[in-house]
Ligand binder design. Structure first.
Ligand code: SIN
Length: 483
């Protein structure tokens, strides 16, 4: 691998400030070529329990440091990541597949959380409350929760982990992180830079390998006081069930099934641009990606014809090559799921406008696809496709559009395109989602409270709300103050 900073290539677990190996290994593959790019130690229960012990042993010391101390370390980490952006992006593309441009974008996106929480660290305010008695005073202060576990997916190997851990560190928590076994190299490189920035031994630990035994230990060990998870709804439910016996706080950022509404009065050019970014970012592999397009019948042809032209201009290929828009999907199972959703839709009456097949490059590559004539009985409407397929259904009335958009157990993101202010207000209030893009297809950033409702989970990441997730409230009743 061509890297300026070879020190970023790590191949061990990181526990209590030490790089730890094990005899048993697992392999990491490049999804663009299926080549093995790393052989890493298979961590399990015992490594996880050591990591938890390490995080616990330094918690009090870390918590008692002035917030400014933690803020300065985060700032140093931010600047080291900035210097190493290109190398980090290269590592990410190699193990995740997204284009280098998208990978650089993700590193900057991840780093924006570190910058944000380095600033929030010093703004963890409490309260004083007027007392009902003359001789007492009531104070409320915020304290870090304790040892945190983060469990994060392969689709954003840097941003998903960083937006949790940077908030946790800012709050004064210590952390055990488990990145996806499909993309651990980016996480390792970020840990290396964290160590260089001065994150003390034990404050951050990284384990991966046998995800079932690691997950079991993180959920059942009573020292862990909170789990912050991004991933599927099925796994999120399992983690909360397992964590219930030790009464842990949970944050769950789970699956989505985002609708994208285009009304008759929409600016169609804007809607097509929004559709392209909200659907094809990361080859359709994001939780906030559009899954279902609902377009007013009077603008259906214009919208779908213009979107088709844009889709056909997307360049598919190995993310390390020049000017690639769409990398491969993560693995053969992902390709199979996308294919099965398309086949199911076609069998049930959808029309294929472009794409629809595995890409001629083979392996995990898939053609960017456009389907029209979809309906609620198709898998593509019920389940998250997590791939490069835009699927369109038309509607006639506002109430029909609202009913279709809310007809899902998920509630992460929704998008609407209209020039009518009253429609914007009405739909923003009635759509059952945690985040709404209004005439906008890209809604993520460090300043916003990212998160969902219903089966998409609970808890928020980023913004001042993201910091709250790692704090608990303590009330002090100060008596005997007779004047
Ligand atoms: C996700 O896919 O879970 C997150 C995407 C984002 O942060 O925009």
């Amino acid at each position: 691998m061509k890297l300026n900073n070879k020190n970023l290539l790590k191949d061990k677990l990181y526990i209590n400030g030490k790089w730890i190996d094990s005899e048993k290994k697992f392999q990491v593959e490049n999804p663009a070529t299926n080549e093995i790019i790393a052989s890493l130690p298979m961590g399990g229960k015992s490594e996880t329990s050591k990591a938890i012990e390490a995080a616990s042993s330094v918690f009090l010391e870390w918590k008692q440091k002035p917030a400014k101390f933690r803020s300065k370390i985060l700032k140093k980490w931010f600047s080291l990541i900035e210097t190493n952006t290109e190398d980090l992006a290269r590592i990410m593309t190699l193990e995740q597949g997204k284009s280098l441009t998208e990978a650089m974008g993700e590193i900057r996106y991840a780093n924006s959380y570190i910058e944000w929480f380095s600033e929030e660290a010093v703004r963890s305010y409490g309260d004083t409350i007027p007392s009902h008695r003359a001789d007492t005073r009531i104070l409320v202060q915020k304290e870090p929760i304790g040892v945190i576990a983060t469990i994060t997916p392969w689709n954003f190997p840097a941003a998903m982990m960083i937006r949790k851990v940077s908030a946790a560190f800012a709050a004064g928590c210590t952390v055990v992180s488990k990145p996806s076994e499909l993309t651990p190299l980016t996480a390792l490189a970020l840990v290396q830079l964290g160590e260089e920035a001065g994150i003390p031994p034990g404050v951050w630990n990284l384990v991966f390998g046998d995800f079932e035994s690691i997950g079991e230990e993180l959920c059942t060990n009573p020292i862990v006081r909170k789990i912050s998870f991004t991933g599927s709804t099925r796994t999120g439910i399992l983690l909360s069930q397992k964590s219930a016996s030790s009464v842990k706080k949970m944050s769950l950022e789970l699956g989505g099934n985002a609708p994208f509404l285009v009304f008759e009065d929409a600016n169609i050019e804007k809607a097509v641009e929004g559709a392209l970014s909200a659907k094809f970012r990361n080859s359709g592999q994001t939780c906030v990606c559009v899954n279902r397009f609902y377009v007013h019948a009077n603008v259906l042809d214009e919208f779908s014809n213009k979107l088709k032209i844009k889709i056909e201009s997307l360049k598919v290929g190995n993310g390390l090559e020049e000017e690639i828009d769409q990398g491969p999907l993560i693995n053969p199972q992902a390709v199979e799921k996308v294919n099965s959703h398309i086949q199911d839709a076609i069998q049930k009456g959808a029309s294929l406008k472009t794409g629809g097949n595995r890409h001629r490059l083979g392996g995990n590559f898939f053609e960017p696809t456009l389907l029209t004539g979809i309906h609620s009985e198709m898998k593509i409407c019920k389940e998250e496709t997590f791939g490069p397929v835009a699927a369109i259904q038309s509607f006639q009335t506002d109430s029909e559009a609202l009913q279709l958009a809310n007809d899902t157990e998920y509630g992460l993101a929704a998008y609407l395109f209209t020039e009518s202010v009253s429609r914007i207000w009405k739909f923003s209030e009635l759509l059952e989602y945690g985040m709404i893009g209004i005439n906008e297809g890209i809604i993520s950033s460090e300043q916003i409270p990212f998160g969902g409702i219903k089966f998409s989970g609970y808890g928020r990441e980023g913004s001042k709300y993201g910091m709250e997730e790692f704090l608990q409230t303590k009330y002090l009743c100060w008596g005997g103050l007779n004047h």
